[in-house]
Design a protein around this ligand. Structure first.
Ligand code: ZN
Length: 285
């Protein structure tokens, strides 16, 4: 039996990217709370030039919790100097995640630096960096969530594309743990096509390494693989089955709506998008 989302608003989260960054974070916090969601997941661009402690207070005062903080600056770099700078930018973001009260820092790891064709080199850099960021996160009380992306982004956004690979990396970086501090973020949009999804979700649950669950839908046709994601129920992903697999594997965390939709949802008023998200969380998720 999966959890009934309509009667559990506390675990329903809005990733602020869903609202298209059309308003300052203060207005977004109010809109999400007013719409009856219990959580949100802000981005670094929401808190840029803001007093992060004040944003954290606003979120708490609105009665909201964080499902995560998005997302990591990309890791791979052509020079050691840039690589160190990227790691330091990630540490700063983890510090902000701690102030905000985010339980997990979401990592979209990056891929080939300009001019490079060495994807294995990029993967090596990411694993090395994650080991260092894991230690930093431990000190700050923030877990590291690796989000594998759909392989269509392998050249530029993520050299990490498979859930199984993310779990392999967690094992290599941290080893087996009763209370893992590095795990995976499972996003329907990125993993729905994977023939080994059921096997790997079960493995992730067994290892207690499911740190987040993102939902949206894959439209057919998709006009733009980055910014033409669909509302749950509008595409071809069997989202309820994926959620059932996660919950069957022991996942009890938030269900986070994350829709990049430049031509559709980002053009609508936040209240309309939020209302639709709420309806489709109970009908199509
Ligand atoms: Zn995601």
């Amino acid at each position: 039996m999966v959890r009934d989302l309509a009667s559990h608003p506390g675990i329903c989260s809005i990733n602020t990217a869903t609202l298209g960054f059309q308003a300052p974070i203060g207005e977004v916090i109010e809109a999400v709370a007013t719409a009856g969601f219990g959580m949100l997941a802000p981005w670094r661009r929401d808190t840029k030039d803001q007093n992060v402690a004040l944003v954290a207070k606003h979120i708490r005062d609105a009665g909201l919790k964080l499902s995560g903080y998005c997302r990591s600056p990309y890791i791979p770099a052509a020079t050691q100097q840039e690589y160190r700078a990227n790691i330091n930018a990630n540490k700063q973001a983890i510090d902000d995640a701690a102030v905000l009260g985010a339980p997990v820092f979401v990592m979209v790891v990056g891929s080939l630096p300009p001019g490079s064709k060495d994807i294995e080199g990029a993967r090596h850099q990411v694993r090395e960096a994650c080991a260092e960021l894991l230690d930093h996160g431990r000190r700050q009380g923030v877990k590291i969530g690796l989000e594998p992306l759909h392989p269509v982004y392998a050249a530029d956004r993520s050299c990490l594309t498979l859930l199984s690979e993310a779990l392999d990396w967690c094992d290599r970086i941290e080893g087996a743990s009763a209370d893992p501090q590095i795990g995976t973020i499972i996003d329907c949009y990125h993993v729905w096509w994977d023939p080994n999804l059921a096997r790997d979700v079960a493995r992730a649950g067994q290892a207690r390494r499911i740190f987040g669950f993102h939902v949206c839908d894959w439209l057919v046709p998709t006009i733009d693989v980055l910014n033409d994601r669909g509302m749950m129920g509008d595409g071809i992903i069997d989202i309820p089955s994926i959620r059932a697999a996660l919950e069957g594997a022991g996942y009890t965390g938030p269900v986070e709506v994350e829709i990049f939709s430049a031509a559709n949802w980002w053009k609508r008023p936040m209240s309309e998008t939020l209302l639709t998200c709420k309806r489709q969380l109970s009908r199509a998720t």
